[in-house]
Each structure stands twice: as C-alpha cells, then as structure tokens.
Write a protein that binds this ligand. Structure first.
Ligand SMILES: Nc1ncnc2c1ncn2[C@@H]1O[C@H](COP(=O)(O)OP(=O)(O)O)[C@@H](O)[C@H]1O
Ligand SMILES: [Mg+2]
Length: 192
C-alpha cells in the first residue's frame, strides 16, 4: 500500500498525472471514495497527462465516456449501478482491451472486476485544526496495486510517486505552484 496526502485539488491531480505516466493499454484503475472526495478531479489530472484535451466530466449519467489521447481512456462512474450483476451490461472485458480504464465508485461492482488492478481509495483527511479553512481540501490517497500486472510495476509506480510519498507523521504536503490546472489546458504547461 502506498499512501499520500494532498492539501489541494491540484495536488490530487498531480498524483494522478504521475500515475498516468506508468499506465499502459489494458490497465484498470479504480477510484473508491465518497461524494466529493475527488475521484473526477483525479481523473481530470490523469486524462491531462495522457494528452487528452477534452474536458473530463463525471460520467454519472452516461456511465462510460471515452477519450482519445496518447492512450484511449475509458472513464466510468458506476454509482448508479445496482451491484456487480448489472455491470455485465458495461462490456468491461471489451473496454479493458481498448485502452486504460478508470472506474469511479468501483466498490459497487467490485466482484465483477478483474484481479489485476490498481485500487485507489480517496478519503477526507481531518486537518490538525478542523476549523482551518484549508481543512476541506485535505485528502488521503491510498494505492493498492493488485495482481501480477501491478505487482510487476510497484517499483516503477513508487519511483513515479517518490515526490509525493509521505511518512505517517509527515506534515501534509502543500502544492506550491502557480500554474493552475485550468491554465495548463491552454498553455500545455505542467499544472501543479
Ligand atoms: N485535495 C483535493 N483533492 C480533490 N478534490 C478536492 C481537493 N480539495 C478540494 N477538492 C474539491 O473537491 C471536489 C471534488 O469533486 P469531484 O472530483 O467531482 O468528486 P467525486 O468525483 O469524488 O465525487 C472538487 O470541487 C474539488 O475542487
Ligand atoms: Mg465523480
């Protein structure tokens, strides 16, 4: 398990970008966390790093969106699905063959998912001082590389994320960069 803490949406997007740097066709990344945790924000950073310039929005109603960049990105949100049985309609096997797949609320259909996957849990992190304005922006990301596909890449993944790894007692990292995600879309600079 690799654990990170971020204190801004930009931080979450940066972590997603680093992860996007090690993915390949056929990979599955699951995002598990409550409403507003940052699953779509994560996917936006992930998509940007794959060279996708379309605006990535939550596919809650569409169920699945497809984007083309350096790799094809299948972005799913299965919040409204009624468990794993219903997920058969998604045609997951075919999707997985055609690019990288990111699934928000993957816990809803967990038993239908392949064993090879990168599970990412995004949780709200209480700040040291809950009254602090920035406390709402803190998140903990926990990565679980599962199956052969990912166990073979654990070191590569850890290296890509080295800047973000935090010791348990490390204070939260602050993203300190002027280039916002929105600006980066226009200028193609690396956002923070
Ligand atoms: N550290 C953070 N990581 C991700 N999102 C954050 C963070 N801090 C604040 N936010 C805000 O939380 C919201 C997350 O929304 P979204 O990504 O749509 O959540 P989800 O898809 O998990 O429901 C956004 O408004 C985002 O700006
Ligand atoms: Mg979402």
């Amino acid at each position: 398990m690799i654990k990170f803490e971020t204190s801004s949406v930009e931080g979450t997007r940066r972590i997603a970008e680093a992860i996007a740097g090690v993915v390949d066709n056929g990979d599955l990344v699951t995002l598990i966390g409550g409403l507003g945790a940052g699953k779509t924000a994560f996917t936006q950073g992930f998509a940007l790093a794959l060279g996708i310039s379309d605006r990535v929005t939550s596919p809650t109603f569409a169920l699945a969106n497809r984007y083309e960049g350096r790799l094809v990105l299948n972005h799913l949100d299965v919040y409204r699905m009624d468990g794993a049985a219903e997920s058969r309609d998604l045609g997951l096997d075919e999707l997985l063959e055609q690019g990288v797949t990111v699934i928000e609320w993957a816990d809803v259909i967990l038993s239908a998912l392949p064993d090879d996957r990168l599970d990412i849990a995004i949780g709200f992190s209480p700040g040291e001082d809950p009254g602090e304005a920035s406390a709402d922006d803190r998140r903990v990301l926990e990565l679980k590389p599962l199956g052969r596909r990912w166990s073979d890449r654990v070191e590569e993944l850890a290296a890509a994320l080295a800047d973000w790894t935090v010791a348990k007692d490390h204070p939260l990292r602050q993203a300190s960069c002027e280039t916002t995600y929105e600006t980066a879309r226009e200028t193609r600079e690396t956002p923070c």
